[in-house]
Design a protein around this ligand. Structure first.
Ligand SMILES: CC(C)(COP(=O)(O)OP(=O)(O)OC[C@H]1O[C@@H](n2cnc3c(N)ncnc32)[C@H](O)[C@@H]1OP(=O)(O)O)[C@@H](O)C(=O)NCCC(=O)NCCS
Length: 330
């Protein structure tokens, strides 16, 4: 095993069938297709059925990733679900996914919450577990039923997000041209409250007053988040490139967190990487939080936008504020 590298062995994704367009949203809140498209680049997003849970979507994405890797559920030793919209506060969504897929008891199953950066946090954790030799294969999922924490009376937030799941299988690969090169993970808790769900936790437990004041939904200072996000992703991406002595033009494809097209355009400009090297699907899904990068990675692979051997830079930011970047050779 000494010559093996830790790599992505398979990818999968799932998005619910129901499409909510910007025009549909204009029937719900005071907004327009023109405003949403010009400010964010989003045209439509997906909505899970009321009976469809985060773990349902996660399991579907994971089943596709397992098939892509050519592995049976019994090969999985760890299931990590990055989510901020778990099925329940406890137990973890990962345990529901394990049961739905028939992954045996020997697997460690846990959730991880780093909001929209969650997938990169989970990816780095999984790669460390596999690299250490403690686990052979880890299933890493980003999944969100974010429609359940959106205030459908708040036009400043409800137009931005969508439901989906994406998954990757991490394991050892004998291919010398494939492998996880590294990751930086960061957080700035001093600005935690500019993007949060204030209620429903131990600080403001569920109560009639809480529900009446709509504190169970996402609250965001959009302009502040925008500015910090651009700087944070640019810095973390630059840092990882320098650390690996790579020039921007050596990156085959950038898979950024899909929050806002204007944010992605600015990062492309600041990093000096042409926008056509960025894989962008936010026009069809909106911001799917922890699902956004694995969903985009899976679509990019299936569309032939990234191939075996390509050097891929992933970069994300989210509530916390958390942020980070990862480099992987597919
Ligand atoms: C949310 C965001 C799109 C708003 O765009 P913006 O250009 O900053 O717009 P502002 O918040 O300054 O609002 C401008 C005006 O549009 C209005 N507006 C906000 N949402 C609107 C909507 N959906 N439709 C129509 N008008 C809207 C505001 O009320 C404001 O009106 P006013 O000038 O009369 O007060 C942008 O700030 C953003 O994308 N921020 C980052 C958010 C993000 O990515 N969060 C996820 C992090 S993982």
């Amino acid at each position: 095993m000494a010559s093996c590298t830790t790599a992505i062995l398979g990818t999968g994704s799932y998005a619910p069938a129901k499409v909510l367009t910007n025009d549909d949203l204009a029937q719900i809140v005071d907004t327009s297709d023109d405003w949403i498209l010009s400010r964010t680049g989003i045209r439509e997003r997906r909505l899970a059925d009321p009976g469809e849970t985060t773990s349902d979507m996660a399991a579907r994405a994971a089943a596709t990733a397992l098939a892509d890797a050519g592995l049976l559920p019994a090969a999985i030793d760890a299931v990590i679900v990055a989510t901020m919209t778990p099925d329940m506060p406890m137990p973890s969504t990962a345990c529901f996914v394990q049961h739905k897929l028939g992954i045996p008891d020997h697997a460690a199953c846990f959730d991880l919450n780093a909001a929209c950066s969650g997938f990169l946090y989970a990816l780095d954790t999984a790669c460390a577990l596999v690299e250490s030799g403690r686990y052979r294969h880890a299933l890493v999922i980003g999944a969100e039923k974010i429609s359940t924490v959106l205030d459908w009376q708040d036009r400043t937030t409800c137009v931005l997000f969508g439901d989906a799941a994406g998954a990757v299988i991490i394991g050892r690969s004998a291919r010398p041209d494939a492998g996880f090169l590294g990751c930086n993970l960061n957080a700035n808790g001093s600005v935690a409250e500019i993007l949060c769900i204030p209620g429903g936790g131990s600080k403001l437990p569920v109560s009639a007053d809480l529900l009446a004041s709509r504190q169970q939904f996402i609250k965001m200072k959009g302009r502040e988040v925008f500015k910090i996000a651009v700087r944070a992703m640019e810095e973390s991406a630059r840092e990882i490139l320098e650390q690996h002595q790579l020039r921007p033009d050596q990156i085959s494809c950038v898979i950024p967190h899909q929050a806002n097209l204007r944010i992605i355009e600015l990062i492309a400009e600041y990093l000096g990487i042409p926008l056509d090297r960025f894989f962008i699907n936010l026009d069809r899904y909106g911001n799917t939080s922890a699902a956004s990068i694995p969903l985009a990675l899976d679509e990019a692979r299936r569309a032939g936008r990234v191939r075996a051997g390509d050097l891929v830079l992933m970069t994300a930011f989210g509530a916390g504020l958390t942020y980070g970047s990862a480099l992987i050779r597919l």
